[in-house]
Design a protein around this ligand. Structure first.
Ligand code: FMN
Length: 372
């Protein structure tokens, strides 16, 4: 097998201009690091080394972790935000380093909704909602139903609250542009706010944001439209979906495909990452190598003939496995999560395994003497 797919450049289209060209088709999936210093959402040196080392390690694009568009949007009090000048400046420093390594930079903008203010997924910490005395806050979601046992009941967003969320996404996107990010990925997956509205399991609202599929997708469409309005036309806008809830009666692949088609044809979205799950406590996920690739493949097929890039994610940990997914046309790009966390130079190693010449290996020059 050759390297003609994984290590060939990829251009993600944008509404105007040539689009964003990545040096290869490996994208670092967003991964929360729970590593801010003062609970103020400002990226630290940890984030610089985390994202920077993966850029140095040869990835085509690095996606910054789920970043709250307002203080209450953060998943945990230790998550990043992008709603102050200080945060923006710290993001800009990281973006500049990523670019210097030859990689593109994207940021995942999100709102955790009813899953906000939770303890980070780190050892020694409980599950559930962080109380105010530990830096937590009352979460706000689609309804007043807690999404999990042990989570506090959220407040339900009213019309004004929804409009404020949409505005916050747009303001954060404007800051992402000012910080130099090349792409934005809107987080509509994993049981967070937009997914809470999309899924009939969590959205039992009776207003124009609940009930029919048209209504449940309204908030996502409003967020995408508001972000696209401020995000430069020359830059790609992406979105991450959970393709399925893994629970009967939940959000599913057909709905995701319908919404994706609309966002691509009418809203200027050109990059979709197909993940799954994260919403329902009773979900049963069939986990195994490449366990979510079939959802990306279904989306890829449904979007044939459009300008959209589809990335696959989920236990893609082997270079040949990744190459095969692209060679068989199941996706246009591969998002790598834990394998990159374990080994930030995963892309450089994959290039060597697939026979890319040392001189063409995408890793940064100071690593040269460790070449294969
Ligand atoms: C430590 C950690 C943090 C994560 N944080 C995020 C996040 O901020 N946003 C998101 O959409 N997914 C997040 N994920 C999910 C990953 O992006 C990815 O979809 C998942 O780990 C499956 O891919 P993998 O098997 O390559 O790790 C996180 C995963 C891990 C392990």
């Amino acid at each position: 097998m050759g390297t003609q797919h994984l290590f060939s450049p990829l251009t993600i289209a944008s509404p105007s201009g040539p689009g964003l060209t990545l040096r290869n088709r490996l994208i670092v999936a967003p991964m929360c690091q729970y590593s801010v210093d003062d609970l103020g959402g400002v990226p630290t040196d940890w984030h610089l080394q985390h994202l920077g080392s993966m850029a140095a390690g040869g990835f085509g694009m690095v996606v910054t972790e789920a970043t709250g568009v307002e203080p209450r949007a953060r998943i945990s009090p230790r998550d990043l935000g992008l709603y102050t000048d200080e945060q923006q400046d710290a993001h800009a420093r990281i973006v500049s380093f990523i670019h210097a390594q030859g990689a593109a930079s994207a940021i995942q903008l999100g709102h955790a909704g009813a899953k906000a203010s939770t303890y980070p997924g780190l050892p020694g910490l409980p599950e559930g909602t962080v109380p105010p005395q530990e830096g937590g806050w009352i979460p706000r979601g689609a309804t007043t139903e807690p999404v999990r046992d042990g989570y506090d009941a959220p407040e339900a967003l009213d019309g004004g609250g929804i409009a404020a969320v949409v505005r916050a996404f747009a303001e954060a996107a404007a800051r992402a542009d000012a910080a130099g990010y090349d792409a934005v990925q809107i987080h509509a997956a994993h049981g967070y706010l937009l997914h809470q509205f999309l899924s009939p399991l969590t959205n039992t609202r009776t207003d124009e944001y609940g009930g029919s599929e048209e209504n449940r997708t309204r908030l996502t469409r409003e967020v995408v439209a508001a972000v696209r309005a401020v995000w430069p036309d020359e830059k790609p806008l992406g979105i991450r979906f959970s393709a399925v809830d893994w629970t009967p009666g939940g959000w599913g692949i057909e709905s995701m495909i319908r919404l994706a088609r609309t966002l691509v044809s009418d809203y200027g979205v050109t990059w979709i990452d197909a993940s799954t799950g994260g919403l329902d406590k009773s979900e049963f996920i069939e986990v195994g190598p490449g366990y979510q690739v079939r959802f990306a493949a279904a989306l890829r097929e449904a979007l044939e003939g459009t300008n959209a890039t589809v990335s696959a994610v989920g236990l893609i940990e082997d270079a040949f496995q990744a190459e095969t997914i692209l060679a068989s046309g199941q996706a246009d790009a591969i998002s790598i999560g834990r394998a990159a966390l374990r080994n930030p130079h995963w892309a450089a190693q994959a290039a060597a395994r697939l026979g890319v010449a040392s001189e063409e290996n995408p890793r940064s020059i100071p690593l040269w003497r460790a070449r294969w």
